[in-house]
Design a protein around this ligand. Sequence first.
Ligand code: SAM
Length: 277
Amino acid sequence: MHFGFQTVTEEERREKIYQVFENVAKKYDVMNDSMTLGIHRVWKDILVHKMNPCPGTLLLDVAGGTGDIAFRFINYVRSVRQRQLQRKLKHHQNLSWQEIFESYQKDEFNSLGDSQVVVCDINREMLKVGKQKAEHLGYSEGLSWVLGNAEELPFDDDKFDVYTIAFGIRNVTRIDLALQEAYRVLKPGGRFLCLEFSHVSNPLLSRLYDLYSFQVIPVLGEVIAGDWSSWAQVKEKVKTPLDVGCMGGVINRSLWTKHHHQVDHSCHLDKTFVNFF
Ligand code: SAM
């Protein structure tokens, strides 16, 4: 396996990736905003809109890092519940004032109902920053944080309605194993949503992106996080096995045959995803 210009073993690659995220965890969010000019927020919003979770959805966000997808999921489900409750309140004839008062008292407007989201990440530091952020932003209900490897998930079979992985699959050493695990933990009919960089075929755009990645990103890393090498490595890591550009995909587990997660990881993304954003 190539990591930058060197050939490294799977174990070395896993270790390097771990170190990169351990080093950058505290500055990860601010770097994400500056490196993408905030565009990653839009991509993540689109992912959650595509998911369109209903109250009661059980979501697993793998490689969830500092919780961006989980927080968006919570906001989305809350807003669906608020709309439902507002509709109920509009028809006052069906609700007594006592019931309306109780709804407010129980803070039902902000409740997630039966929905839950589990953020799973291999990196303790990223999870730590995520938990602090959740506390600060007031997210706690229905949210849990689990240390775990996408290639060997610590969850039962057929458990989740939705599995998401945002800018995470490129970091996983054995993508075939991660996909098998996604398949295993999803309920039949559950959905797999992936947000990831992909190839840019336009040579001019590709050149510009390379310039940005190799010249600008490490400088931003040094200025903002005081760490040149981790951000230089992030780009090298992104080069394998995927390249640049952003894509997302949704697949329903029922459509996902065994063949799909056994194909070679260098081509599985194109073959697996049925809908592109
Ligand atoms: N999903 C978050 C987001 O979009 O902001 C974080 C993405 S960050 C680029 C990649 C994350 O993948 C890191 O938090 C890293 O620790 C995690 N990661 C890398 N390898 C992993 C693995 N094998 N299993 C689970 N998480 C992994």
